[in-house]
Design a protein around this ligand. Sequence first.
Ligand code: NCD
Length: 328
Amino acid sequence: MVSRIFRFFGNIMQQSQLTDSFIGRDIVSIHDFSKTEIEHILDFAESMVPVAQGAQQATPLTNKILATLFFEPSTRTRLSFESAMTRLGGQVVGITEREGSSLMKGETLADTIRTVEKYSDVIVLRHPQEGAARLAAEFSNKPVINAGDGAGQHPTQTLLDLFTIQNEIGDIDGKNIVLMGDLKYGRTVHSLAYALAMFNAKLYFVAPDLLQMPVEMIDKVTELGVSPTRTNSLSGIINDADVLYVTRIQKERIPDETEYKKVVGSYIVNNDLLKDVKENLIIMHPLPRVTEIQPEVDETKHAVYFHQAFNGVPIRMALLSLVLGVKS
Ligand code: NCD
């Protein structure tokens, strides 16, 4: 009994130390986090769901300011960060396009960041160049959160993806998870593949040869002891899948339009494809989708992508609270 009580309090102590370890931290890449830290963020996010839904009120971030710098288009990531900050009582200032900022006058990203940190407590940055968030973090004394850096990383999307998978299908260990679409230029799948390997999922990478997962990413997941299956066809895989994670062809990152034309429309999810899938298969997509998931699929029980988009709010509430040093 004594040892159980001791373990209980020991655990609380550990949780509190873990919470404190996030204060002031940058969120640049999923590689910067241990599995325990990721699980802590997911648990924290779970406690935020009623506030994210507006069913409960909590305003621990009153007087805190989030600066959003979005130099690439965004709907879900920017608005869910804004919603998260506002629901927690904080304020948001931001720039939504390069044209509206001094970057157009030739200002460096470093100088922009050194200025914006003076106006805010935490910065969220989306930028077309890989490595931009890491650079920004080096120049900022305030936490920088990467909301997507070119074809690099999208760690907050990965956290909400993991949150969605765990809430929908439970334990990730040993589950068949298919990532399909543009695995070369899609940053969401670069972060997600690594995190899923940390959770010991069985990974299947389905893409046209031109858009397969880069070798460096394959090496990273292999180092974690996971051997992904790479293929250009869903047949023989789809019926055993627990998760089908579909991505958009990243047209804006494909250098040659003719290459884009060759692959666009090559992987379309429709009800016909889903005839013999597992009862509990979930279909995810970071959104926006173009043609890769047909609207008829939205009505099936497999489609979770709009709920996935909601999950961005509790996850981003958890991250903002953690880096700003607010306890749940
Ligand atoms: C993704 C992105 O920006 O990487 N969207 C998102 O953040 N939900 C996916 C995409 O643009 O295809």
